[in-house]
Design a protein around this ligand. Structure first.
Ligand code: CU
Length: 124
């Protein structure tokens, strides 16, 4: 086998493994700051690429915050009821099951109004 063929095989193998690695990433919402008031989750989401099969993880103090999945209108206006789903364990993870836009807000006090809201676009 020539050195060229050998290098080509290495490249092909490497790119195949990159493709298969897609769709299993865990996104910790807010990074080190986690899920709390005042971080700009729009900025955080801009730096991420969400794919079906990835996991979204909300880390927060369960005495201070919660996670509510809502529709776009409720996201814009911080409406907590009715909602699609509600969580309060402090360590809530979701597997992103379909390519769609999703919206999450905190259900405590005026936290949503203070910016504790997240909108993500999940790609196939
Ligand atoms: Cu909160």
């Amino acid at each position: 086998m020539s050195i060229f063929t050998c290098l080509l095989l290495i490249c092909v193998t490497a790119s195949l493994s990159l493709v298969s690695a897609r769709g299993g990433e865990t996104h910790v919402v807010g990074g080190d700051e986690g899920w709390t008031q005042f971080p700009n989750y729009g900025d955080w989401a801009q730096g991420q690429t969400f794919h079906v099969g990835d996991t979204l993880l909300f880390n927060y103090d369960e005495d201070l915050h919660s996670v509510i999945q809502v529709n776009e209108t409720a996201y814009e206006d911080c409406i907590k009821e009715p909602n699609l789903a509600a969580f309060s364990s402090g360590n809530d993870s979701f597997r992103l099951a379909e390519a769609s836009r999703q919206w999450y807000i905190c259900g405590v006090g005026d936290h949503c109004e203070n910016g504790q809201k997240l909108s993500i676009n999940v790609l196939p």
